[in-house]
Design a protein around this ligand. Structure first.
Ligand SMILES: *[C@@H]1O[C@H](CO)[C@@H](O)[C@H](O)[C@H]1NC(C)=O
Ligand SMILES: [Zn+2]
Length: 608
């Protein structure tokens, strides 16, 4: 007979068990996307291409056609096996639709409507870019008290000095305006004097955050950013809808059919829930991790469980944050930084609070995904997850906690620098590493300085190590921190070189022994992401009864050289049997311009 605890496992995250504890939102809707191309989605349509790869790993061999009905695949087959039926073979090679396992949808949409400061090398350039942004159509009101001008992408490493509020006053077109500019990693924000003037005098320091006071006021990092965001007149629902639409359009262009949204506030979860049911424009699958209005707290009244039947929105997880970013020495390390021995970074919450929060959230049956960059943060994240697993499966001996993890799927977001002992613990527990391959190639310029050679070689930016351990990687980009283009991520994973320049710190890729094979890497962006979001039966693979999501490329991935991988241009993107993106010839020209600009930027970064 099953013991009560075994039943917990058996029924996993069953709704009825959590219903009594939390406010549950269950939205089931029958609203298949209308197939714009065929008109009637209830009739099976067949699609044949030059080639169809049904999955990154273990694909069905030799097939080149599939059927689609009501937004799902019905079957896959070989054209020559479908006797008595003539099929048109469409040009191109098909892969399963790609997922970004860690991004920020609203943040990316806002970025598309903000001053783009990525790659700025001087303060003059920053001021000029903000001015140009203010001059753009539709931004006439930006910079006022109720409509702050926003930007993202500055980096004090590239600028050679920490920004101050004064620096924005130097241009008469910016003086007196309300301006808030996020650092490249979104862990610090830089504000103008008008915003500083809203704050009380003698602002106290705050645990887990830093107010930069030298060479002057203006920059607030990590928890200290709360001072600013509390004052910020946030975008209203209509503006957010604009952000989301713009973001989805751009994401489809690079082949993304879905994404894991790594931290969505309760009010935005509600907005997503309304918008995703409401319009035919919501064409991206979103797996949203809920983040309490106050970071790193327990807010069960806001806990939501949403599972739209058409798969456009799923919510069953929460996001916690253990530490900050490596670029600003904010990641919590076991030993001090090699280039700043006075500090070993800082935790955003102490270990006992992190464990308590993880256990509390897990007790509601939710997946817990912990942001951890430094090796101390990762250690505490593993401690927290172990404790939660022991709660959830008390009858399990330690050796079998991995089975418990199979049904709970706790994740560590970034999993960037991990002590070898803790890498072993991750393997033993089967914790899911959620990794962004372009972080490795963006950070390689300074990672070794921060960490020293020993830690870099044995702890940092593991990918192959985890795959060889049999762990199911989730791969993503962390957009808007990095571009959302998964082809850049795939290139970075396979080559361990910068997707912008093809460069690395040497001839070979950067710590090339951690590189993945192309299919292993694609698995992280398809099957791995699906599993990390409890969607392995629905997403990440082309097969009967799965969501009809696919992309079309000009060439088979097998035939590409590694160096071509980062420049792949998607031909078409399909979600739920509906074509959501089709490349036009002039798109290529636009993209080439972007690439030219991007190359300049990256070269400057690498000079650092
Ligand atoms: C951890 O942080 C919490 C909340 O700030 C505090 O109450 C608690 O005393 C801290 N625990 C330790 C061991 O420092
Ligand atoms: Zn993130």
């Amino acid at each position: 007979m099953a013991s009560p605890s075994a039943m917990w496992i058996q029924w996993g995250l069953r709704l009825s068990l959590v219903a009594a504890v939390i406010a549950v939102v269950l939205r089931i809707q029958q609203n298949p996307l209308v197939d714009l191309e065929s008109g009637d989605s209830a009739v099976e349509e067949t699609y044949c291409y030059q080639g169809v790869r049904t999955a990154a790993l273990d694909p069905e061999e030799g097939v080149n056609c599939f059927g689609v009905k009501s937004g799902k695949f019905t079957r896959v087959f070989r054209e020559s096996d479908d006797e008595g039926h003539a099929h048109t073979v469409r040009p191109g090679y098909v892969l399963p639709g790609i997922w970004d396992g860690h991004g920020h949808l609203l943040g990316y949409g806002e970025f598309l409507h903000s001053a783009d400061l990525f790659g700025s090398a001087t303060f003059d350039e920053i001021r000029e870019r903000v001015v140009r942004y203010l001059e753009r159509d539709g931004n006439e009101e930006a910079g006022g008290r109720d409509n702050w001008a926003r930007g993202i992408g500055w980096d004090q490493m590239a600028l050679g000095a920490m920004p101050t509020a004064d620096m924005l006053e130097l241009d008469p077109r910016l003086a007196g305006r309300f301006i808030m500019l996020d650092r490249v990693d979104v862990h610090c924000t830089w504000v103008s004097q008008a915003i500083l003037d809203l704050l009380p005098a003698g602002l106290p320091d705050i645990p887990g955050g830093e107010i930069i006071r030298n060479p002057g006021m203006g920059v607030f990092c990590d928890n200290a950013m709360d001072y600013i965001t509390a004052l910020w007149p946030k975008p209203d629902a209509a503006r957010k809808k604009t952000f989301l639409r713009s973001a989805m359009r751009e994401l489809h262009k690079v082949g993304l059919v879905g994404m894991h949204d790594a931290g969505v506030f309760p009010e935005d979860i509600k907005l997503y829930n309304e918008l995703s049911k409401g319009g035919d424009w919501w064409t991206l699958r979103v797996y949203a991790m809920m983040e309490c209005a106050e970071r790193n707290t327990f807010c069960p009244e806001d806990a939501a469980r949403i599972e739209h039947k058409d798969g456009l929105l799923v919510v069953r997880s929460v996001k916690l944050f253990a530490d900050g970013a490596l670029g600003s020495w904010g990641s919590a390390m076991i030993e001090p930084y090699s280039d700043k021995p006075s500090t070993s970074g800082s935790l955003l919450v102490n270990a006992s609070t992190l464990t308590t929060l993880t256990r509390q959230w897990a007790s509601l049956g939710l997946q817990v995904n912990i942001h951890a960059i430094g090796d101390l943060a990762n250690r505490y994240a593993i401690d927290a997850i172990s404790a939660a697993l022991a709660d959830r499966c008390p009858d399990f001996v330690p050796d079998r906690l991995k089975e418990c993890q199979d049904s709970h799927r706790f994740r560590i977001e970034h999993s960037q620098i991990i002590h070898p002992t803790d890498q072993q613990r991750i393997q033993n527990l089967g914790i899911i590493p959620s990794i962004q391959p372009t972080h490795a190639t963006s950070d390689m310029a300074y990672a070794e300085r921060r960490l020293g050679s020993e830690r870099t070689a044995t702890e940092a930016y593991r990918m192959r190590t985890f795959v060889d351990m049999g762990l199911p990687l989730v791969l993503g980009s962390d957009f808007p921190v990095e571009p959302p283009n998964p082809w850049e991520g795939l290139y970075a994973a396979v080559a361990r070189k910068s997707p912008r320049t093809g460069g690395s710190k040497g001839e070979r890729g950067w710590y090339e022994e951690e590189s993945l094979g192309i299919w292993q890497a694609l698995e992280g962006f398809t099957g791995g992401a699906a599993r990390g979001g409890f969607m392995e039966g629905k997403a990440g693979r082309i097969g009967a009864d799965r969501w009809a999501d696919w992309i079309v490329l000009d060439e088979a991935l097998d035939g590409l050289q590694t160096e071509e991988l980062g420049r792949v241009k998607v031909r078409e993107t399909w979600v739920g049997g509906q074509r959501v993106y089709q490349r036009r010839d002039d798109d290529d020209d636009d993209d080439d311009d972007d690439d030219d600009e991007a190359v300049e930027i990256e070269e400057r970064r690498e000079e650092l």
